[in-house]
Design a protein around this ligand. Structure first.
Ligand code: EPZ
Length: 418
């Protein structure tokens, strides 16, 4: 397993190119299972998660290749409607194959994803929407077995769920009749998925609103697609610039997806300039403390919660983080504490005392976004910080050490036999 060595105190400046979005690429990859064809996905990030998901698709019989950031997926010979535990346990989003496999084959067997580092990650809403569309769901030795020919139906999600909306959307595309999904997720990644499905011949109305109306069709045809920029990677680098930068620009982003994090950075006294697909942050003076409460899009993203907490350790006063999407998403707190942060946790609320001088110490990655927060903290910590188990960060950030080094950060990757 690799580790990062980061020497704090080096000021960041310059421009970094944002990659395609992991959380957009994964559902797009799943959608190619819906209909036999040759698909080309551009701007696919080279990550552990996209590599894992490619293996899941190959298990079904698809042929997948990635050259630079262009992924080719041939699903003409898919004949195995199964997603095995050894792959699904590595990445929960593998569950995205449920809807397409069920819609195409009328039966599929998908491993339950299991938990992750910050606690249980239920899939009940994915199953409910499939049942609403007429599927029979059985649980057998840790696998979900879904069978049935799908018929249009009305289903309203009790809470906003990105994955369950994506799965329901893909399943409804080939169902007989009309489906109306209420309280649907409106994340840009779901809008991107819907746009792609419509480019294949699906008939989806209401994308970007909480009500999606899908008129089932009998056939689709393959098409190419370009993955939207990664708003979470973009937000991570904006926060890095606020924390350790003189002036940092992200290019190739979509600023319209970054409203909440830009608003919060501006409230914290950070100058944020937007020019087309580039966003520049510069920090004129002290960071003002700003509380966050995470929420589904367009609220403050839970995937940028840990990174904001790292920033707030450097603020001129105390602040709080209310995690309303995953109440237990605080695996980064003990690691930040090892670096000298003073954070108290009560239920789903963290209170950060600040400013605190951070001092290098050996720390460990635990999940993708917690790891990003640790990297940000290490960039301002005094001394040289060793971060182990960086495979977590490789799951969701493409070439992060190259990008940070390009901005002037002192970061090296070393192999860690431990
Ligand atoms: C997606 O996960 C993202 N992953 C997550 O990013 C992100 O944190 C999350 O959306 C919220 O924005 C991908 O897109 C691959 P949800 P997802 O269903 O779809 C509860 C990252 O770091 N829920 O929107 O799994 C759930 O527990 C990852 O890139 C149910 O109760 O999230 C949570 O409280 C981490 N039952 C809330 O809904 C279900 O069946 C929102 O989860 C499904 C979800």
């Amino acid at each position: 397993m690799d580790k990062f060595i980061i020497e704090g105190g080096h000021e960041l400046s310059g421009t970094v190119q944002i990659s395609g979005a992991k959380n957009a690429a994964l559902p797009l990859m799943a959608a190619t299972l819906l209909w036999p064809g040759n698909y080309k996905l551009r701007r696919v990030p080279a990550l552990r998660d996209t590599a894992t998901f490619a293996k899941v698709l190959e298990t079904t019989g698809a042929v997948v290749s990635l050259q630079s950031d262009v992924m080719r997926i041939d699903t003409r010979n898919c004949d195995n409607a199964e997603a095995p535990y050894e792959l699904v346990k590595q990445m929960r989003a593998s569950f995205y194959v449920l809807g397409p496999l069920l819609a195409r084959f009328g039966r599929c067997k998908v491993s339950m994803p299991g938990g992750c580092n910050w606690g249980p990650r239920p899939i009940d809403l994915h199953l409910r929407v499939m049942e609403a569309l007429g599927a029979r769901i059985e649980l057998e030795s840790g696998y979900i077995i879904a069978t049935g020919s799908l018929k249009g139906a009305d289903y309203t999600f009790p809470i906003s769920s990105v994955g369950a909306t994506g799965n329901g959307l893909m399943a409804a595309v080939l169902a007989q009749g009309v489906t109306v999904l209420g309280n649907a997720a409106i994340e840009p990644e779901i809008v991107g998925l819907g746009d792609f499905l419509n480019s294949l011949g699906a008939r989806i109305a209401g994308l970007g609103t909480r009500t999606l109306t899908i008129t089932g069709v009998d056939e689709l045809q393959a098409a190419d697609v370009t993955v939207i920029p990664d708003r979470i990677e973009a937000g991570t680098f904006l926060i890095a610039g606020a924390m350790a930068g003189r002036e940092v620009t992200i290019s190739g982003a979509d600023p319209s997806h970054l409203g909440s994090v830009i608003d919060h950075l501006r409230q914290a006294g950070v100058t944020v300039d937007i020019a087309d697909s580039a966003v520049t942050v510069s920090r004129p003076g002290a960071i003002a403390p700003v509380d966050i409460t995470t929420a589904p899009y367009p609220g403050y993203p839970t995937d940028l919660q840990a990174q904001w907490m790292a920033l707030m350790t450097q603020a001129a006063g105390p602040s709080s983080v209310h995690e309303e999407v995953y109440h237990d998403r605080f695996a980064h707190v003990p690691e930040l504490t090892r670096l000298g942060a003073r954070i108290s946790l009560k239920g789903n609320v963290a209170r950060i005392s600040a400013p605190t001088a951070l001092i290098a110490a050996p720390v460990m990655s635990t999940d993708i976004r917690a790891s990003a927060a640790i990297v940000l903290a290490a960039l301002v910590a005094e001394g040289s910080t060793e971060i182990s188990r960086v495979y977590h960060i490789d799951r969701g950030y493409e070439a992060i050490e190259q990008k940070i080094a390009q901005l002037g950060g002192a970061i090296t990757r070393v192999s860690d036999p431990a």
